[in-house]
Design a protein around this ligand. Structure first.
Ligand code: 13P
Length: 252
């Protein structure tokens, strides 16, 4: 059975003190939570990863990075590699976020290299994809999503898919307060599961968790997560407040 996952992408928020106090509140809240088949992940900024790993050692929370460089090491000032993340026990990385694509010029080609590098280090990947508003208005959302996944992931062998989680994040729904309707989310998630089945097998398609991201809040999480092909969420703004994030986890 595939896992349900609720992941908090903290983006460029929370200094060390804030990271500590948010994690403290989350740990406290999760003590009472019934997690069943649900995995909880948080992705603080690079600089706070080490303390987050330390603080969550005994908690049901995994720590992920928000990005990494494709190279193992070298003259790439300001960058962080997969092996560096692994060396501090960060085994999961978010790749392909639309903010990385839009503000930092990350292309499918760059992302493919990052995916390969993360997998070489046996890391798990949360791969984000999603169309822009103009694509949806032009009725191109299916083809955009298909090409993002095809260009970055479909060269991988079937065995690599044990390490891949997908996150559908329509760009027009990120940080805008506008959410895809449960029907729009389900439609894309089912479509994506279908293309994975066609490329690989029904087993890979059924084992791959596909998360939804884009203005998920305590008020809308339940109806989004209720869809058969939505296996949890990648949460931005609402992951910064412990009570909201805990409510979203409880909604699955
Ligand atoms: P918001 O939940 O703030 O819309 O952000 C979603 C997101 O980008 C998660 O990666």
């Amino acid at each position: 059975m595939r896992k349900n996952i609720v992941a908090g992408n903290w983006k460029m928020n929370n200094d060390a003190k804030e990271t500590k106090s948010l994690l403290k509140e989350l740990k406290k809240g999760l003590k009472k939570a019934k997690l069943n088949n649900t995995k909880v992940i948080v992705a603080p900024s690079f600089i706070n990863l080490k303390l987050a790993v330390k603080q969550t050692k005994k908690a049901p929370i995994k720590v992920a990075a928000q990005n990494m460089h494709a190279a193992h090491s070298g003259a790439f000032t300001g960058e962080i590699s997969a092996s560096m993340l692994k060396s501090i026990a960060v085994n999961t990385v978010i790749l392909g976020h639309s903010e990385r694509r839009a503000y930092f010029g990350e292309t499918d080609e760059i992302l493919k290299a990052k995916v390969d590098s993360a997998l070489e280090q046996n890391m798990k990947i949360i791969f984000c994809f999603g169309e822009e508003l103009k694509d949806r208005q032009a009725d191109q959302h299916f083809s955009v999503v298909e090409s993002q996944i095809n260009n970055v992931l479909f060269h991988l062998p079937e065995t690599a898919w044990k390490r891949i989680v997908l996150a559908y994040e329509p760009v027009w729904a990120i940080g805008t307060g506008e959410t895809a309707t449960p029907e729009q989310a389900q439609e894309i998630h089912a479509f994506v599961r279908g293309i994975i089945e066609k490329q690989y097998s029904v087993t890979v398609a059924n084992q791959t968790s596909i998360l939804y991201g884009g203005s998920v809040k305590p008020t809308n999480a339940k109806e989004i997560f209720a869809n058969p092909d939505v296996d949890g969420g990648l949460i931005g703004g609402a992951a910064l407040k412990a009570s909201d994030f805990l409510e979203i986890i409880a909604a699955i």
